[in-house]
Design a protein around this ligand. Structure first.
Ligand code: ZN
Length: 61
């Protein structure tokens, strides 16, 4: 089982899909990606509203 989060599902045109064996691992990968590619800051990533939105897009496969 793996957790995945598709960047595209958050409304941006980006083929990146974050994956992880655990939610934490996936979240770490996703955070790194959106910081490097989409210019997100730690402050934005710690916003509870953004976290809620991202969590709703996570798929378990
Ligand atoms: Zn992306």
């Amino acid at each position: 089982m793996a957790y995945t989060l598709a960047c595209r599902d958050s409304g941006v045109d980006c083929p990146y899909v974050a994956r992880g064996e655990t939610f934490e691992e996936m979240w770490k990968n996703a955070s790194k990606h959106v910081k490097e590619v989409h210019g997100y800051t730690d402050k934005q990533l710690n916003d509870p509203k953004l976290k809620e939105k991202m969590k709703s897009l996570v798929k378990k496969t």
